[in-house]
Design a protein around this ligand. Structure first.
Ligand SMILES: Cc1cc2nc3c(=O)[nH]c(=O)nc-3n(C[C@H](O)[C@H](O)[C@H](O)COP(=O)(O)O)c2cc1C
Length: 297
């Protein structure tokens, strides 16, 4: 019936969403994104990747430069302070995602460092606490631990820049994030962290209903402007793209930026053909779900 691989399920779900066209009164659309006092040329952001220096020499910096050249918000995952400073030196408006480490003082130190270094936001990927074997995870020798509501409250209150909680796939967690005062969430299964995960776009409509003022990012498997459009129509504020951009790193920042710009152009092409003039005008009734039992409203 279903493959167990969450990336495959996610791809199949994304492709099962059909769109209707709306031409009358339609105009050339604007895809600029306003967020947290910044304006970006596109609602496509990079995803919080890490360890890219093996993919291409200086891969982490090239990835950030690609975001800068595309006028996109940049996310970065785990990595040392020097690497973050190199990323910020590109001028990338960066969201630093900190790991759910067992050492909570280390978390507080890293959040403070990221804030002082000039990140536009910080956050945590809460879905990386556990291994698949019923233990806490250990990433490159660093022990992880699950984080409670109170822990997250302490982290959010330790900084004065927006805090993003990454790895939300349920309205139950989304409500907690909203109550905590998170500025944003990333609807994600972290490239298939768990098998049979609900596709982010399937989870999105119910999460959107409870998300209040939070920015709602989505990632996992986005590889075209059409994919991005479907997420935005279903209520996402912005869409993060990671693995789709990775093979381009070896060709340099311009290749990364060109693909983000191309995806944004594809997005605007679909917006034009569905009567959507800007991001604020996105409309879920354009989407027709075809999987049994799936809804978009
Ligand atoms: C090489 C690699 C490194 C990653 N490192 C991190 C990380 O440090 N922190 C994090 O929150 N997510 C990390 N992720 C997960 C991505 O942010 C993202 O959630 C996931 O890859 C799904 O998006 P995608 O399909 O566009 O890649 C990493 C993913 C990859 C492929």
């Amino acid at each position: 019936m279903f493959p167990k691989n969450s990336d495959q399920i996610t791809r199949n779900y994304m492709d099962s969403l059909l769109i209707e066209t709306r031409y009358i009164d339609s105009v050339l659309p604007d895809s600029h994104l306003s967020l947290w006092g910044h304006t970006f040329d596109t609602p496509i952001t990079t995803a919080a990747l890490s360890h890219l220096n093996g993919t291409a020499p200086d891969g982490m910096k090239i990835y950030a430069e690609g975001a800068v050249q595309a006028g996109a918000l940049h996310f970065v995952g785990m990595g040392p302070e020097e690497e973050l400073r190199a990323i910020l030196s590109t001028g990338a408006k960066t969201v630093k995602i900190v790991k759910p480490m067992a050492d909570q003082d280390a978390i507080l130190r890293e959040l403070k460092m990221a804030e002082e270094a000039g990140c536009v936001a910080v956050g945590m990927d809460i879905d990386h606490s556990f291994s698949s074997n019923g233990t806490y995870d250990n990433i490159f020798g660093i022990a992880m631990k699950s984080q409670s509501y109170e822990d997250l409250d302490r982290y959010i209150n330790s900084v004065s820049i927006p805090f993003v909680i990454k790895g939300v796939l349920s309205p139950v967690d989304a409500v907690k994030c909203r109550r905590l005062g998170a500025a944003g969430i990333v609807v994600s299964h972290h490239h298939g962290m768990v098998d049979y995960a609900i596709p982010p776009l399937m989870a999105l409509p119910e999460i959107k209903k409870v998300s209040g003022e939070m920015a709602v990012f989505v990632d996992c498997g986005f590889s075209s402007g059409m994919d991005v459009y479907k997420a935005l129509a279903l209520g996402a504020t912005a869409v993060s793209v990671g693995r789709h951009l990775m093979p381009l790193l070896k060709d340099g920042a311009e290749a990364v930026s060109d693909r983000i710009k191309e995806m944004d152009a594809e997005l605007r092409g679909v917006m034009a053909r569905t009567g959507i003039k800007d991001l604020a005008s996105m409309d879920p009734t354009v989407i027709h779900p075809t999987w049994p039992g799936s809804t978009v409203l």
